[in-house]
Structure formats: C-alpha cells, structure tokens
Design a protein around this ligand. Structure first.
Ligand code: ZN
Length: 386
C-alpha cells in the first residue's frame, strides 16, 4: 500500500492501477516503459485532481510515495520543482498558456526520475490549445509524464484520449464521505451524514457544508423557496436571490485564497512592490493577479448556481420518494426538511414533480453554454412554480 494513497476514499480500483504503475516505474527498466500520458475522469468532487496529485507525488518520491520525505511534502503542496499543476481559473485554457506549459514540460527533471505536469481541467482546453497539447503528448520528453483530469472521457478530444491511459474514478459513497468528515473535520456524525448526503458525492462540497454553517442555512433557504414557489413575482425575486447567494458562496470560498495570493505576490515583489521605484512589471503582476481572481469568482459563481440547482433537484427527488411510498426504506437527502417535503408531496402529483426535475437538469445544461444566468433562472422558476 502506497502511504500517499491512504487519504483517498472510495477509489479502490483506481488506486490498484496506480500503485502498480508507481512500483513498476521505480524499477530499473520500468521508467522507460512508463505510460507517459494519463487521463483521470470522474464526476465533480470525486477527487480527480487530488488523486492525480497523489499519483504525481508517488512518482516523484524515491520510495514509492512514502508520504514522509521532503519530495512527498513538496509535491503534495504543489511546489515540487519537478511538478507543474495547471489550474484553469478562467472558463477556458488558451493556446498561449498551453504553449508555455509545453516548453517547460520538456525540461529535464531536477531531482526526481520524472517531470510531471497535471492539467486539472482538460475539458476547458480550447480546440487550438488541445491540438497543441496533442503534439506534446505524441512526442513527450523522455522523462515527462502528463496527467490530465476531466469529468468524462467525452470532454477530451478523441485524439488526445486515445493516447492516454484512462483511470476512471467513481462517485464516493455517502458512508465513505461521512467517515472521512468525522475523521478529519471534528464534526458530529449527524452533521457529517447530512453533508455527505447533501453533497451527492462531491467531497469538496461536503467539506464546505460542514465548515460553513451559513452555507447550510442558505441551502435550506433555496430548497424551501423552490418547494413553496407559486407566483410570478416569487419566481423573479427567487432568481435574483439565488444569484445573490451564489455570489456570496463564491466570495466566501475565494476570499481566503485571494488574500494569501496577494500577500505572496507582495513578498515576491518586495515590500511596497507597487510603489515608486518598484521593479518594473510589478503593477502588471498585480493587475494580472486581480484579473485571474476575478475570473475565478465568475467561475465559482457559476459552479455555485449549478450546485443550488442540484440542491433543488435533490428536494424534488425527496418529494418523489415520499409520493411513491419509498420514504420509510429510503433515507431522504433532506431529511431535516421532512415537514416541508411531505407537505409538497401531499399537494402535487409525481408526474409534475418529475417534469420540474427535468427542467432543472435542462437549465443546468444550458448554463454550461454561456447563457445569462439570471435570465435562465427566471425562465426556469416560471416553469417550475407549483
Ligand atoms: Zn516520499
């Protein structure tokens, strides 16, 4: 068992594949026959980038991922000299960025057997960027390993995925996430179990729900709103409120990280780096960082809207379970709102609830194509009124 993989939950099959690859890579001839391009797929929150990072760290470690050497510590923090982690903060990953990554990827490793590049959001590559990447993957540097992450294989160009060894991650079970939260977040079993159910397999979301009580309250507010929604004015104000909540959620996720980055940049530039006599380029660096942070908030807001829609869908699912008489054997996702859910179940028919569930899913798909979120939400709420 590779110690570095000990923190990964619910992915036994994938870990089995990766452990074998790590120990083969570290044998005398293994490093030559090592598969150089990997594609990690799995639903949001299944831990794609987490697993890719652990795999990278294990490859870079001299002892199969011991989780206690300097190399392992640096790699886990993403600051190993032979590791590059590419996160797309914007909505797409453009060709200029990819070209830069490719030129650095061909460098010789400095202290490890390999040089590893992780691209966390391969589905956000523009077509030209993907083609540039394809060339690099077809003729990788002798020691370069590419680890791409995407929700599904269909999100990546066929020409790229055919060159990659695929590792499919699964949605972790509710009980696996509950155990993880109890172990790591100092939280009661009850809250952990709720967060695990409500996150629907998304570990990051589950952690966030545990850590932010306000976020749990906002989630309840949205669900109750959807269950009671009946008039046009309510649909309009509800759409505006959901936008507001999404912005709040995005901001509370981003604020801590933004602050750290600004401090790190200030240190890198020297104190007072943007003032008079500061090195040229420092105010550009600050502007670039602000631009990056802004586009990250835009993306986080979209993710947050999507999660809110999934939350509403989970409430419809609960209503359906009660209408079909399955509620005794089946645990409701939103068991703490049982009274509201039972009330809705008693005063609507299951066919109508199912239709509303489908409308939610259609809007989630539409929102992936840059439609204006507020307009999409207004249109949706007009349709799903009871
Ligand atoms: Zn190590």
């Amino acid at each position: 068992m590779t110690p570095l993989f000990g923190e990964i939950i619910g992915q036994e099959r994938a870990i089995h594949i990766l452990e074998r690859a790590v120990s083969a890579a570290h044998t005398r001839d293994g490093s030559q026959s090592m598969v150089q391009s990997w594609l990690f797929t799995g639903p949001p929150g299944s831990g794609r980038s987490h697993v890719a990072l652990a795999f990278a760290a294990a490859l870079l470690c001299g002892a199969d991922g011991c989780d206690c050497c300097q190399s392992c510590h640096l790699a886990k923090r993403g600051s190993h000299p032979d590791l590059e982690v590419i996160r797309t903060e914007g909505l797409s990953l453009k060709i200029d960025e990819v070209r830069e990554i490719i030129s650095r990827a061909s460098w010789e490793p400095s202290s490890s057997a390999f040089r590893v590049v992780i691209i966390e959001d391969a589905e956000r590559l523009t077509e030209s960027a993907a083609n540039a990447l394809l060339k690099a993957i077809e003729e990788p540097g002798a020691r370069t390993i590419w680890l791409l992450c995407a929700p599904t294989v269909e999100d990546v160009l066929p020409t790229i995925r055919s060159r990659c060894r695929q590792v499919a991650l699964v949605t972790p079970s509710t009980s696996a996430i509950t155990q993880l939260l109890v172990r790591e977040e100092e939280v009661t079993k009850e809250i952990a179990a709720f967060a695990a159910r409500a996150s629907q397999g998304n570990i990051g979301r589950a952690r966030f729900l545990v850590r932010e009580p306000e976020s749990r309250a906002r989630r309840d507010e949205i669900i109750k709103f959807a269950l009671e929604l009946h008039d046009v004015a309510g649909a309009m104000s509800g759409a505006a409120r959901l936008m507001e909540i999404a912005a709040l959620e995005a901001a509370s996720e981003a604020s801590e990280r933004d602050e750290i980055e600004r401090e790190e940049l200030a240190i890198a530039l020297g104190a007072g780096g943007t003032g008079k006599g500061a090195p040229s380029g420092s105010s550009k660096a600050l502007k670039d960082l602000e631009k990056e942070q802004k586009s990250r908030v835009t993306r986080a807001t979209r993710d947050s809207i999507d999660r809110a829609l999934l939350d509403i869908a989970s409430a419809y699912r609960d209503v359906l379970s009660i209408q079909m008489g399955a509620s005794d054997s089946l645990e409701l996702i939103n068991g703490h709102l049982r009274i509201d859910i039972e009330k809705r179940a008693a005063s609507s028919d299951s066919e109508g609830v199912m239709k509303r569930w489908e409308e939610i899913m259609a809007t989630r798909r539409a929102l992936k194509f840059n439609v204006a979120p507020l307009l999409a939400l207004e249109a949706l709420f007009l349709k799903v009124r009871f």
